[in-house]
Design a protein around this ligand. Structure first.
Ligand SMILES: Cc1cc2nc3c(=O)[nH]c(=O)nc-3n(C[C@H](O)[C@H](O)[C@H](O)COP(=O)(O)OP(=O)(O)OC[C@H]3O[C@@H](n4cnc5c(N)ncnc54)[C@H](O)[C@@H]3O)c2cc1C
Length: 429
């Protein structure tokens, strides 16, 4: 049964709602993609640009999953940067650092180019502020700053001390911060829908309310929904934390973590601008962090907390209110108009997972809360792989990953324990 969009700020401010049909009958295409979030849509668009005949099947609505629920922050971190570099060193030697560094910004370029080329209205803005929650956290920001300078980004970054922070944010909380002008923030659902329309304009066939229930992989693959079938040379699984397909091969690799997000009622433009005068997106240095920004219509969108049980919280706005009021005491009692949760796909070593479950069935998942840019990079790598350029696909497909050989519930408890450990260790950072 297809589910409606959640009650989020994004869904209340969609430029134009999608009306794609449910799949009925049988279709024959080159590639069928399962899942209509950023991963699926970005892959569909790349493949359509290359001239492939693509069908995309989404169980609910385009952008219904994590893509329609996130903080909209396009970060220059892939989450598993260090682990990735370490593993790549044994394969590509000293090129590993530069490869991962370039990848950190590759998603930004793809998104900027798409927004321009297909004229997608998605409130794209530049600027992030990474704030030091404790004085001792300044060291890691300084390390990032030094690395960025070494790699030629000094004009785009700046270390800010506590008094300098006041030009960017009106809060007593932090001890300094790192400003990054290359990072971006945007309206996630409007970007995803805009990309889906671009793919459609190039010939992609898009279906909503079309959950894939079975995949039969022979010389050709057949995917089945309640009312139809698609026969294709290749299948790409892009359901991330929301799908239960290919469990035999994928069990124990990815863990759904429920993340909360909310948006206040519209603030006066003066109040909004007094909170974050340069309209940058903000996040702090803690392991379980707060992340927030202003929306185009002057709300504060605020996310934080993570529930690794794999279940959604019942009152996300209530849970986030204390953090909002601690950050901005001037918002005490503010009306929180939207509160929602979403499932992010957490990978233990935080390296995105891509590979094949069988010769014709590819998968791509697990960006550990950093997927806005990463899903676009992975979409490019997946489309190249389908087109026979396997170099980067193989680099990722050969990464080692931990697998927790337990069912999802036990896996999530193990993950929750691990996270508790990091939260305790936070006290000693
Ligand atoms: C609250 C929250 C905040 C976040 N904040 C940020 C952020 O600020 N910056 C950042 O970079 N990342 C953030 N992320 C992570 C980011 O949103 C995700 O990594 C990214 O959107 C993943 O995209 P996806 O397409 O892989 O998965 P999803 O967007 O989850 O899409 C998967 C889709 O597959 C569909 N599907 C599942 N099963 C089937 C099936 N059997 N048949 C057909 N369709 C199926 C689902 O309906 C869903 O629409 C956040 C995530 C959450 C939850």
């Amino acid at each position: 049964m297809s589910e409606p969009r959640c009650n989020s700020y994004y869904n209340a401010t969609i430029n134009e709602e999608t009306q794609y049909p449910e799949l009925e009958g049988e279709l024959r295409v080159d590639v069928v993609i399962v899942g209509g979030g950023f991963t699926g849509v970005a892959t569909a668009l790349e493949l359509s640009e290359k001239g492939y005949k693509v069908a995309l099947l989404e169980a609910n609505k385009i952008g219904w999953g994590a893509t329609g629920r996130n903080g909209g922050q396009v970060t220059g971190s892939l989450s598993g940067d260090e682990a990735m570099t370490k593993q790549l060193r044994s394969r590509i030697g000293s090129d590993a650092e530069q490869y991962v560094w370039n990848m950190r910004w590759r998603g930004h370029e793809i998104i900027k180019e798409r927004v321009k080329k297909y004229d997608i209205a998605c409130d794209l803005k530049f600027g992030h502020l990474h704030t030091a929650y404790k004085p001792s956290h300044l060291k890691e920001l300084e390390k990032t700053y030094a690395e960025a300078c070494l790699r030629g980004m000094e004009s785009e970054l700046a270390m800010l001390n506590k008094p300098e922070l006041a030009d960017y944010i009106d809060t007593p909380l932090y001890h300094g911060g790192l400003l990054n002008k290359r990072n971006m923030h945007l309206h996630s659902v409007n970007l995803c829908i805009g990309e889906a329309r671009a793919a459609e304009s190039l010939g992609s066939l898009i279906f909503e309310h079309s959950a894939v229930v079975d995949i039969d992989d022979g010389t050709l693959a057949t995917v089945t929904t309640a009312k139809g079938k698609v026969v294709a040379n290749r299948v790409v699984l892009a359901g991330n934390a929301y799908h239960k397909l290919a469990r035999k091969k994928l069990r124990g690799m990815l863990f759904p973590a429920s993340l909360g997000n909310c948006a206040t009622a519209q603030l006066s433009p003066e109040l909004a601008m007094s909170l974050i005068p340069k309209d940058v997106a903000v996040y702090d240095t803690r392991f379980v962090l707060d992340y927030y920004r202003l929306t185009a219509d002057n709300r504060l969108m605020f996310g934080g907390g993570t529930n690794y049980s794999g279940r959604d919280s019942k009152d996300v706005a209530g849970e986030l209110r204390p953090a909002i009021e601690r950050t901005f005491p001037q918002l005490k009692g503010v009306d929180i108009e939207f509160g929602w949760t979403g499932m992010a796909g957490i990978v233990l070593n935080r390296i995105p997972q891509l590979g094949k479950v069988s010769p014709n069935v590819y998968y791509c998942q697990g960006y550990s809360g950093h997927g806005v840019a990463t899903s676009h990079i992975m979409g490019e790598i997946m489309a190249n792989a389908v087109a026979g350029e396997l170099q980067e696909f193989d680099l990722f497909a050969q990464m080692s990953h931990y697998r927790i050989p337990l069912n999802e519930w036990f896996g999530n408890q193990a993950l929750a324990l691990g996270m508790m450990y990091y939260k305790v260790m936070e006290n000693f950072r």
